[in-house]
Design a protein around this ligand. Structure first.
Ligand code: ADP
Ligand code: MG
Length: 631
């Protein structure tokens, strides 16, 4: 509890105590007889707890009137309670204010708690970093560590800053980041990201980023900012409250005036007091707090639950859109396939295989593309970057570079066509990398990728969850693309696309579908940032450490398991279900109570209990969105 909440709690306790004392001393029989008959004295006494508990509400209501923003909850409460007191229902007036404050306290506590919960649940914020000082290890604030510093992470500690291992081997647990519980083994030269927990050996790590730029900081920033992007349901609720409250106030006024006047006209006694009381009850019941609070809270909890499972959602609007995704577009390499290519053949080359591979690996030495990495792995020897100059990566085509002064071009047939080099087609199924040296064709390397183990199941689950159309877009050749699509059960496929073509294709798909059905694009973040931002929902997977993807995507999957996509949709659907449950429940109970109030069946006590009760139930239901099973 924070200071403000504590203060409210004290006011609640004090006013309950005062209310009890006053009730006793003014009651007939046991009370002080002077007081039990004197209404004026009673009024004065009850006004003390009334102001103790309600002064801030009255002040806010008054300010609202002054600023011409009359109709809000404070106004409702002020009018209802002042009205009750004017009618001589002192105790009820105070009690309504009291319960309202209890409800408010409860919700502010719940919101604060779930907000904190998310950071706590993720439990990734490191408190310190160990650096080697003159006499042993020194604990410092991670913020103060400069790039290139050697930090030491012992077993049981969190890696505070992104870096590269320079000494030691350890198995690290990334479950706080990815929801994945299988530990990963890392050793010298491996990159580590902050937020992992070192489970076994001592690691020395050379930091490659500042704390503020490290994965942990980025993730926390993202999660904490996510509530600023409002969903349609949230906007609906604020618009709803905008019309609803004035409507309720005018209805209450009508209820207080019209029936008595009619009664007067037809010759009955008007019973003004009774009708005003009903109108005030109506006001208390109508307070929309349960709705106003529980909807954003549900989204907040949903986002929190998702992050626990390794799914980062950048705003409730995306969570909402994800629940109605009907068209799912995938990138191939690195998304559905592992992106770890193996060389399966080298053809039409005049140079030795080894030499061709050496030149290719050098030309590819600066690129992060899965193909480049695989070629370097296939070459297997250390790469001397000083032999390489003039590197140019042509997105969706390949790379050109000078190696030992020779102009090397390596890429697909598009690259060869662009450079007007005649190339040989290959009879094998696989990704073909043509190599040209000084403008002359030098043969091709056939590489092939492996499907991820869970891709097929993921696609099947998506179809089961109501995704109507699955589409794969790839820059790879037609035969590879068709093979992969058939193997995985993907419905449509477009191949040999440049990154720009992928955007055009997605735009085409966006135009062709009904507005209500959302389109999501899933990519690995390598050269597909434009598509990620174009889709209704851009999902980047395996994005740990790739800042560009974290920036461009709306939803970030912390590991590269395609099943996480289905998981994310499942989470969003559950969250939306809770949101609607709360909307229907709160509005339903309100309508019933309003009716009972207007008919004079519900009194103010019931009204305030209904209000606080609905709110508590709605808030507890919202918190349910936090509970997410890990896979
Ligand atoms: P995907 O759509 O499957 O993710 P990309 O758009 O990244 O594929 O690449 C499409 C094609 O362009 C690859 O299949 C490959 O033929 C060629 N290519 C892209 N980058 C490189 C590279 N760095 N080296 C060689 N070829 C490349
Ligand atoms: Mg790609």
């Amino acid at each position: 509890m924070n200071k403000k909440q504590k203060k409210v709690l004290i006011r609640i306790i004090v006013s309950i105590a005062l209310l009890t004392i006053i009730a006793i001393i003014t009651s007939e029989g046991i009370g002080i007889s002077v007081l039990s008959d004197n209404r004026i004295m009673q009024l004065v006494l009850y006004l003390i707890p009334y102001f103790v508990i309600g002064y801030d509400i009255l002040k806010k209501a008054f300010k609202g009137i002054m600023n011409r923003q009359v109709f809000d909850e404070n106004f409702l409460m002020a009018v209802a309670t002042i009205g009750a007191i004017c009618l001589g229902e002192y105790r009820e007036g105070v009690a309504v204010m009291l319960f309202y404050q209890i409800g408010e306290l409860f919700q502010s506590y719940a919101v604060g708690k779930s907000r904190r919960n998310i950071s706590e649940l993720m439990d990734i914020r490191p408190d310190y970093a160990n650096i080697e000082g003159e006499d042993g290890l020194l604990q410092v604030d991670p913020d103060e560590v400069e790039i290139g510093t050697i930090i030491v992470v012992s077993p049981g500690e969190k890696v505070p800053i992104d870096g590269v291992v320079v000494e030691g081997t350890a198995s690290v647990n990334t479950s706080a980041l990815t929801g994945e519980s299988v530990p990963r083994t890392i050793s010298v030269d491996d990159e580590v990201i902050s937020g992992c927990i070192n489970m076994t050996g001592v690691l020395k790590i050379r930091t490659t980023k500042e704390f503020g730029e490290s994965t942990v900081s980025k993730i926390l920033e993202l999660v904490e900012n996510s509530s600023s992007k409002k969903s349609r349901s949230e906007n609906f609720i604020s618009r709803f409250a905008h019309y609803y409250t004035p409507a309720v106030c005018y209805s209450a006024l009508a209820l207080a005036v019209i029936p008595p006047v009619i009664r007067l006209i037809i010759g009955m006694s008007p019973e003004f007091g009774n009708w005003v009381y009903r109108a005030l009850t109506f006001l208390v019941i109508s307070c929309p707090c349960a709705l106003v609070i529980s909807i954003p809270l549900s989204f907040f909890a949903g986002i929190g639950g998702a992050s626990k499972a390794g799914v980062l959602v950048k705003g409730s609007n995306y969570l909402e859109a994800l629940a109605s995704v009907k068209h799912m577009v995938f990138d191939k390499t690195g998304t559905l396939t592992k992106g770890i290519f193996e060389v399966t053949g080298i053809h039409h080359n005049e140079l030795e295989d080894e030499k061709l591979l050496e030149l290719s690996a050098h030309a590819e030495c600066y690129s992060n593309h899965p193909i480049s990495k695989s070629i370097r792995t296939a070459y297997g020897k250390t790469i001397d970057q000083t032999r390489v100059t003039d590197v140019e990566e042509i997105s969706g085509k390949g790379v050109t570079a000078k190696v030992d002064g020779m102009e090397i071009a390596i890429g697909n047939s598009k690259l060869m066509e662009q450079m007007s080099i005649k190339y040989e087609n290959c009879h094998k199924v696989g990704t073909i990398l043509h190599v040209a040296i000084n403008g002359a064709y030098a043969g091709h390397i056939v590489i092939s990728d492996v499907l991820k183990d869970t891709s097929k199941e993921a696609i099947a689950r998506l179809h089961k969850m109501g995704v109507k159309k699955t589409i794969m877009l790839t820059g790879d050749s037609k035969n590879v693309a068709e093979y992969v699509a058939a193997e995985l059960g993907i419905m449509h496929v477009s191949s040999e696309l440049l990154p720009g073509d992928k955007v055009a294709k997605v735009e085409e798909l966006l135009d062709a579908k009904p507005e209500k059905e959302k389109l999501a694009f899933v990519g690995d973040g390598i050269n597909d940032a434009p598509v990620l931002s174009r889709a209704d929902v851009g999902i980047a997977m395996g994005a740990l450490g790739s800042d560009a993807a974290i920036e461009a995507a709306d939803i970030v999957l912390m590991d590269d398991d395609p099943l996480k996509i289905a998981k994310a949709i499942g989470i969003s659907k559950k969250c939306m279900r809770i949101v609607y449950e709360n909307i229907y429940f709160a509005i339903g109970v309100k309508l019933i109570c309003l009716l009972l109030g207007a008919l004079g069946i519900a009194n103010m006590w019931l009204a305030i209990f209904a209000d606080v009760g609905v709110m508590v139930i709605a808030v507890l239901n919202a918190i349910r969105a936090l509970m997410v099973k890990k896979i």
